[in-house]
Design a protein around this ligand. Structure first.
Ligand code: UD1
Ligand code: CA
Length: 466
């Protein structure tokens, strides 16, 4: 008769179960722990990405504290199944609550929502080890194992016991091998040991670790899979760990982008989100943040202190220091800043230039157009090659509604022109400096709309005499 310990569970679909109901008391936060951000996205986002990359077609997320908030942050994804654990009675209880929703024989990849460094390759290795035997769990060897559970092996690559640090004897505490908190376990089989859990430990909780230990004791082979990099086991239980994990995740993203040909001059000062793409020979100086769905082309230079979110920057463009871009599109070879602000739907066509203290919102600057100093362009279309003088303002808001300004190709808008929208400045037209333009300017015309200058000869001498 075949022993149940070697019964293969191959070919079962992989279903991830992410335990994310905990409050994270030590973070001292009102927000759900797994929504805290590290490396440019919420902790939970990293875990979901890893599960997807490891081939999990369905992901059960166990939520409790801040469940609504967590669901709202990720709600749209169709591969997620939300499981509510109303009372957090421990990791074993969390899996127990999720199990009925698995619904089919599956290999469960059990993950922690607060351990975002987990890699898809690790999950793959766990799944394969479980498919060869019964179950598997990830372990790491740490110099300072701290509060993590200690793992005692059976001497043959399998598990004997997991003991929580707070329940461990001094000898157990001295063990360097820790439980990383990632498991591959067969469902529904694991249910047998989850049902038998008792809260007889220092926290009065139902420990998943106890269920895995009991299964091993009952002859189910639980393979120990050593992590290639021990850091992967790090979880976030307080703000210091959050900062450490943030640094590691950011370094991981920078490493990936650097190996694909971008230079980061001061990587430890840079923030980069996981979805950012960057082309070869791009150069990123210190203190830069690249966030959200930002896409950067080849040979782009981003100088110190720029903050860029959800923006596209085409090949050869330069962002000069301290420019802020949010939802903007910058064409090839454009120059932006220093100290420029491109707000959502700002579009610069190739070779356009936006200089210091210029704000652009929902406006397009045509190819080679320039707004070099101190201007506001909102709800405007600026034609190719037009020149926007210093201090020009599109007066787009009448207190109730927004209106558009259209500036033709090659137009010259003199310094300090107020363009009271809706208004059109024709192609190749000019406005005199200081004009308040309230009517359309025909193509090729000059518009001057300011009071005429009066000179009083001898005025100074006259005043001194008085
Ligand atoms: C757990 C393991 C420990 C391991 C460590 C790795 C147990 C008992 N201990 O400890 O061996 O070294 O992870 O990081 O499993 N959660 C729920 N519902 C609950 C309780 C927890 O969803 O009722 C979630 C938490 O939100 C968290 C995860 O499960 O995301 C782990 O729980 P946590 O309390 O942080 O366990 P650790 O003490 O870190
Ligand atoms: Ca934890």
């Amino acid at each position: 008769m075949r022993s149940p310990s070697v019964q293969p569970v191959a070919a079962r679909p992989r279903v991830a179960v992410v335990l994310a109901a905990g409050k994270g008391t030590r973070l001292r936060s009102e927000r759900a722990k797994v929504l805290h951000e590290a490396g440019g996205q919420p902790l939970l986002g990293w875990v979901l990405d890893a599960a997807r990359a490891a081939g999990c077609g369905r992901i059960l997320v166990v939520v409790g504290h801040g469940a609504e908030e967590v669901r709202a942050a990720f709600g749209g994804a169709s591969d997620l199944v939300w499981v509510e654990q109303r009372e957090q009675r421990g990791t074993g209880h969390a899996l127990q609550v999720a199990l009925p929703l698995v619904g089919e024989a599956a290999l469960l990849l059990v993950l922690s929502g607060d351990a975002p460094l987990v890699r898809p390759a690790t999950l793959g290795a766990l799944a394969e080890a479980a498919e060869r035997g019964w179950g598997a769990m990830a372990i790491a060897t740490l110099d300072r194992p701290g509060s993590l559970g200690r793992v005692l092996g059976d001497g043959a690559g399998g598990l004997r016991t997991i003991v929580e640090a707070r329940d461990a004897s001094p000898e157990e505490l001295a063990l360097p091998t820790v439980n990383a908190g990632f498991y591959a376990l067969p469902a529904p089989e694991i249910g047998t040991w989850l049902e038998r859990l008792r809260p007889d430990n220092s926290q009065g909780e139902l420990y998943l670790t106890d269920a895995v230990t009991a299964a091993a004791r009952d002859g189910r082979a639980v393979a120990l899979v050593e992590l290639a990099e021990a850091d992967e086991a790090l979880g976030v239980n307080d703000r210091l760990e959050l900062a450490r994990v943030h640094a590691l995740l950011t370094a991981r993203t920078i490493r990936r982008l650097a190996l694909s040909g971008a230079t980061f001059l001061a990587p430890e000062t840079i923030a980069v989100g996981p979805a950012v793409e960057i082309g070869a020979d791009a150069l990123v100086h210190g203190g830069v943040s690249l966030l959200g769905r930002t896409r950067i082309g080849r040979e782009v230079t981003i100088h110190a202190g720029c903050w860029v979110r959800d923006s596209e920057i085409a090949d050869g463009a330069t962002l000069h220091p301290y420019s802020v871009l949010d939802g903007a599109r910058v064409g090839a070879g454009c120059n932006v800043g220093p100290f420029a602000r491109l707000r959502p739907a700002a579009v610069l066509e190739p070779g356009a230039r936006v200089g210091n203290f210029v704000e652009v919102k929902k406006s397009t600057l045509g190819a080679g157009a320039k707004a070099n100093h101190l201007a506001y362009l909102g709800d405007a279309t600026v034609g190719a090659g037009a020149n926007i003088g210093a201090g020009v303002v599109t007066c787009n808001f009448d207190g109730e509604r927004k209106h558009r300004t259209v500036i033709g190709a090659g137009a010259f808008v003199g310094s300090d022109t107020m363009l009271v929208a809706p208004v059109r400045v024709g192609e190749d037209a000019t406005t005199g400096a200081g004009s308040v333009i309230t009517q359309d300017v025909p193509d090729g015309a000059l518009a001057v709309a300011r009071s005429r200058q009066r000179n009083v000869p001898g005025w100074s001498a006259h005043r001194r005499k008085k």
